[in-house]
Ligand binder design. Structure first.
Ligand code: PEP
Ligand code: MN
Length: 338
């Protein structure tokens, strides 16, 4: 971290400020004296330094980070890829393509079980399905809630597929005890109280990028979970808000290699929410694999035209079967396994 001091800063003020920084943050402070101003360089773990506190000091002209503010999620301090491994053996981030598929919402036992069986036959290793749904309209279907979780477990029992489902509040953590991967949706990426609590449990967390969040903000949210002791975080690029209206969101494909470069955490892509249009799922999914994604999460519905949420972006099981084949073909071309 580089701090530029105001020209009128006195030697005493400089001394006092430097020693307070050393004591408060346990960093080394080097000073360079120019003709106009003095520059301080902070060396050590500056992720704990409060940049707003520094800027607010009278003698400070400007301050700039030269190191990322996240530490546990940072590849610099953890060069090897993190591989998230479920107790049942499925892995995410080991070079294989993790394929998660299922309906946007769990709607009935017959629906979830049918979809689970078909996506499994097509090569998916994980079943997705929303039980608690974050909907823009309070009048829209809000999910089957606790009953939805039970139906997911039923589908897991029938197929052996681990389940991925979204949590929206801290008080539900106990209810999610038997869920294999807990999803934090885009709308809750900065629900810091939820992230902190999920940091205290020993379960993989699928963290989706917020609608208007930067890559650094996504990594800071991962840091919240990891700072609590849970390092099983899977990052998910699911499209961001831009001025383009053709698609529901804009898939930020560059986020994949950037996240892989900055962090050791596995990165998956959600081409369904990124596009909002079912025919776009296949090309976006293939692009994601080619860009180095560790997996995909794709919405599949037995009857998209009657889906209670996100029908327009949902694939039929038959369509998913052909998309999955293409995904694995692209994966093979890039030396990936499945
Ligand atoms: C979902 O996965 O159904 C969902 C609501 O996703 P997102 O949080 O990315 O919008
Ligand atoms: Mn959805």
């Amino acid at each position: 971290m580089i701090i530029v001091l105001k020209p009128q800063c006195t030697q005493d003020q400089l001394q006092e400020f430097s020693s307070s920084l050393q004591q408060q943050y346990n960093v080394k402070v080097n000073a360079w004296f120019g003709t106009q101003s003095t520059v301080l360089g902070l060396i050590g773990d500056t992720s704990v330094v409060d940049i707003d506190y520094i800027s607010a000091q009278d003698i400070v002209e400007s301050v700039k980070r030269v190191q990322e503010p996240y530490k546990k999620a940072n590849r610099k301090f953890h060069p090897d890829n993190t591989v998230v491994t479920l107790p049942t053996g499925q892995k995410i981030g080991d070079g294989s393509i993790a394929l998660m598929a299922g309906p946007c919402s769990v709607e009935s036992e017959a629906q979830i079980c049918k979809v689970a069986e078909s996506v499994k036959a097509s090569g998916a290793q994980f079943l997705r399905g929303g039980a608690f749904k974050p909907r823009t309209s309070p009048y829209a279907f809000q999910g089957l809630k606790a009953e939805g979780l039970e139906l997911l477990k039923e589908a897991r029992k029938k197929t052996g597929l681990p389940i991925v489902t979204e949590i929206m509040r801290v008080s539900h953590i106990e209810l999610f005890e038997d869920v294999d991967i807990i999803q934090v949706g885009a709308r809750n990426m900065q629900n810091f109280e939820l992230l902190k609590e999920l940091g205290r449990i020993n379960k993989p967390i699928l963290l989706k990028r917020g609608l208007s969040s930067t890559i650094e903000e996504l990594l800071m949210s991962a840091e919240y979970i990891m700072a609590g002791g849970n390092d099983q975080v899977i990052l998910c690029e699911r499209g961001i808000r831009t001025y383009e209206t053709y698609t529901r969101n804009t898939l930020d494909i560059s986020a994949v290699p950037i996240l892989k470069k900055l962090s050791h955490l596995p990165v998956i892509v959600d081409p369904s929410h990124a596009s909002g249009i079912s025919w776009l799922v296949e090309p976006l999914a293939m692009a994601a694999v080619a860009a180095g994604a560790d997996g995909l999460i794709i919405e599949v519905h037995n009857d998209p035209s009657r889906a209670l949420s996100d029908g327009a972006q949902s694939l039929t099981p038959q369509q998913f079967d052909s998309v999955a084949k293409r995904i694995f073909e692209v994966g093979e071309a890039f030396g990936r396994t499945h």
